[in-house]
Design a protein around this ligand. Structure first.
Ligand code: ADP
Length: 503
């Protein structure tokens, strides 16, 4: 959880850092642009001041320039009069005065203080710079250490006559750069503080947000040790997400508790069921082995032992069937099964068993139908229900089997008996494993037969077989009046009946 908190804090810090960089860059560039705009205004006013000085001198009757003919080219040249230097030397600024032939008439005293290379570069740029053009930048050196850049702007005054084409004034850009750099400096000092503060706040917020999760984890850990499955997590209705997580976990814990309890019950029941035949078996074997036991008694003891072994083997078979069914590992070999012959076969067995038990078995209604199923399992299912009906019906009673179509494409096998019935309180439990309405009653050997009562697993297995075939098993019963067990299975048309194997 600490890792998640740290990840959230660093993610937020990353976002804040990104936003800070973007914000600083925007601020720096906008400040720089406006500083350069202000500087441009100042350069223009400097140039205008120089133009004003020249205009004043001209107004005072001074001739600032003169035309001189040259010998070589024959073209007349413009020259600055000495008065131009005299009036302009008093202006403390960087500027150049150019004539109408784009030649230098005058460079200010500050320009003349610059190193010669810088003066040359300044002139080169100034010659190209026209009035109305955007300012140009020229790097300069005051000395070996101090460097700067000049912003150049050209201005003209037509009133000065045709000889003077323009004044190119300049101002150091360092002032404009400084304004932007100061902002950058301030941001650089503030950024780490803001960043650290945001990481701290993000970590605190994440810790706060995760503290209920931490609590939940601790509680789940305490419950999941296996001995505390009866406990439940507190459900905070005000917290949507965590409330749902707690509710879902509670449902899961409840299911786990149910499964554990069922498992414990199942193991206890299975051990209990095996213990009795094992005790009987041991007694029988000891009796058979005793030197004083007569030969006839020895055989009786061995026969009883054999019965117990058969009984245990049945129990283990049933347990194995249910365990495989639970795991979903049981193969059902599905094939089209004609129900009429199957039910008639079950009926014949039931008649024989019924004769032994003194119960009459009838088959008043048989409508044939085909289902897709595992023939052996279906036989086991119907026999389970029919033998139960015989087992829980006393001598003189009746068992009636019917096979009939139902409206919704299903076929029903109903087994009705006039036996002991099941109380309403017991009905919800009869499909539970090892459940018997009355253990003592079930355990007694049925009258007329040597077989013992069941283990309470028959209906669980029947239920599984019916469900695996996509059907339903229902029961209606009244205590002392008898019961009706109905198995509904989906019918298939003969042409749909493709055999297939399903796990
Ligand atoms: P058993 O092997 O004990 O019959 P089952 O799972 O088949 O186990 O049945 C569970 C319990 O349901 C039985 O012990 C019995 O109490 C009750 N039961 C099942 N079938 C009938 C029936 N036809 N009439 C009355 N009780 C029945």
């Amino acid at each position: 959880m600490a890792g998640t908190r740290f990840r959230i804090a660093t993610a937020i810090a990353g976002i804040v850092a990104g936003a800070l960089v973007a914000f600083s860059a925007a601020l720096y560039f906008s400040r720089r642009i406006s500083a350069y705009q202000e500087l441009g205004v100042h350069v223009i006013s400097t140039a205008d001041r120089v133009l004003g000085v020249m205009r004043d001198a001209q107004g005072g009757g001074e001739q600032l320039t003169r035309i001189v003919p040259t010998d070589t080219s024959g073209v007349a040249q413009i020259r600055a009069n000495e008065v131009l230097g005299r009036v302009l030397d008093r202006v403390p600024a960087y500027f150049l005065v150019l004539d109408s032939q784009d030649k230098l008439l005058y460079s200010s005293s500050l320009v003349r203080l610059l190193p010669p290379e810088d003066q040359e570069e300044l002139q080169r740029v100034a010659f190209e710079l026209r009035v109305g053009q955007e300012g140009a930048i020229v790097p300069i050196r005051y000395d070996t250490l101090a460097r700067d850049r000049l912003l150049l702007v050209a201005r003209r005054d037509p009133g000065l006559g045709p000889n003077i084409s323009r004044v190119v004034a300049a101002l150091p850009a360092s002032t404009a750069d400084l304004a932007a750099q100061m902002i950058l400096g301030t941001l650089l000092v503030l950024a780490p503080i803001v960043l650290l503060a945001s990481i701290g706040v993000a970590y605190l917020l994440a810790s706060q947000a995760f503290s209920p999760v931490d609590q939940l984890i601790n509680e789940v850990e305490a419950i999941s040790d296996g001995r505390s499955l009866h406990r439940r997590l507190p459900v905070d209705a005000s917290d949507d997400e965590l409330g749902r997580v707690s509710a879902t976990l509670n449902e899961m814990i409840a299911r786990l508790e149910g499964s554990f309890a069922a498992l414990r019950r199942f193991t206890a029941d299975a051990s209990h069921e095996l213990k009795t035949p094992l005790t009987v078996l041991r007694a029988d074997v000891e009796r058979a082995m005793h030197p004083g036991t007569a030969q006839g008694d020895r055989l009786v003891a061995l026969e009883e032992a054999l019965q117990e072994v058969a009984r245990m083997s049945n129990l283990v078979d049933s347990l194995l069937t249910l365990a495989r069914a639970d795991e979903g590992r049981f193969d059902l070999h599905r094939e089209p099964v004609q129900l009429e012959p199957l039910i008639r076969d079950v009926f014949e067995t039931a008649v024989i068993l019924g004769e032994e038990a003194g119960v009459s078995v009838t088959l008043p209604l048989v409508e044939d139908g085909m289902v897709l199923g595992d023939r052996t399992r279906l036989r086991q299912l119907y026999l389970n229900i029919v033998t139960n009906a015989l087992k829980y019906t006393s001598r003189g009673g009746k068992v009636e089997i019917t096979l009939s179509h139902r409206n919704n494409g299903e076929i029903a096998v109903a087994v009705r008996d006039t036996g002991v019935g099941i109380s309403a309180a017991d009905l919800p439990h009869i499909f539970d494993r090892f459940w018997r309405a009355d253990r003592a009653r079930s355990r007694r050997a049925p009258e007329g037969g040597g077989e013992r009562g069941g283990f309470g697993l028959g209906l669980s297995i029947s239920q599984w077989i019916v469900t695996a075939h996509g059907g339903t098993l229902s029961v209606q019963s009244r205590l002392g009046r008898g019961s009706i067990f109905t198995v509904l299975l989906p019918l298939v048309e003969p042409d749909q009946a493709e055999p297939l194997s399903i796990s």
